[in-house]
Write a protein that binds this ligand. Sequence first.
Ligand SMILES: *[C@@H]1O[C@H](CO)[C@@H](O)[C@H](O)[C@H]1NC(C)=O
Ligand SMILES: *[C@@H]1O[C@H](CO)[C@@H](O)[C@H](O)[C@H]1NC(C)=O
Ligand SMILES: [Zn+2]
Length: 338
Amino acid sequence: MAVVHPSIALLSMIVFSLSPPASGVPNRLVAFLIDGLRWDYPFSDPELSEFQAMAREGARARYVTPDFPVKSYPNYYTIMTGLHTESHGMTGNYMHDVMRNTSFLLGYNPESYEPYWWEGAEPIWITATKQERKVNMYYWPTCEVPIFNTLPNKCEPYAGYPTYNNITDSIDEIVQLFSERAVDMAFVYFEDVDRLGHAHGVESQQRLEATRDVSRFLEYLRENLGRTGQSDDVNVVVMSDHGMATVEYGPSGGYVSLSSFIDHNDLDNPVFYETSYVSMWPKEERLDKVYADLQRVPHSVAYKKEDIPEGWHYKNGKYVPPLLLVMTFPYLIGKAVW
Ligand SMILES: *[C@@H]1O[C@H](CO)[C@@H](O)[C@H](O)[C@H]1NC(C)=O
Ligand SMILES: *[C@@H]1O[C@H](CO)[C@@H](O)[C@H](O)[C@H]1NC(C)=O
Ligand SMILES: [Zn+2]
């Protein structure tokens, strides 16, 4: 089975901006986080005319190097805090706090809404709110968490995949509130490019249509800003957390089963399998044994926490595990034996 996963090599953040500051008027900002929008998607399809117009009339990042691990939550928070993962602390979609014996698990796990996970650094929406800017967030994962006892002006919770119509409804509201000067910043999250890329593949029609939806709602935004006379004092930024690449998955493909190489009784729960890497908390006294066992796992590199490369800006994170196994692209890892 061909699946896609975030790729170390192809990841990107894409930034476009419109509208130089109009003198004397505080600019408004609307920023979109398009999950899994690979750096080259906007320029590989002539139907994505709005992306191309934004790049032409505004600016475009030529490349961006994502943070390790190349996963959604760490990179959302890198974008929003301006810090590497080890400094903001969101070092995974799955994290374990040994002192509290609690886990952060991607999705609707209530523990993930506890502020302590998020308080390694301050994201821009909290900083802006503290500075008395009005910030509205739409479908932004966990914008309802009170970080440093602060909530944005509005958080429309992520409750299932936001649809194209959800986004255009949000755009209507944002344009209206901007014109009333009732809101200063808006952040909007859209998941379909990532979701349909995972489900159907990078080259699928579904992924392509999801990307065209982004171009269409950006065009809708531009038209509405123009209609309300706001083209010159609203900045528009489009960001992505990572890209995607196709890999072969399954017993004949690039899948490595960790259970064939280590004894799970040597590990404390939890073990987090994140396809491109595994986080492990070995039982006391078993660390060196597990580390030795991991040397036999093909297409991988095992790291004790202290040996993780400095340049990843990851190793000093509060929730970094004592043992980390990182796969070599395009190989993936899981627990199961096929
Ligand atoms: C941590 O919590 C789990 C249940 O979530 C429990 O099974 C385990 O024994 C706890 N570990 C410690 C060290 O208290
Ligand atoms: C998104 O749209 C769907 C229908 O398209 C609707 O049921 C849902 O309530 C909307 N979500 C939000 C948060 O407005
Ligand atoms: Zn993502």
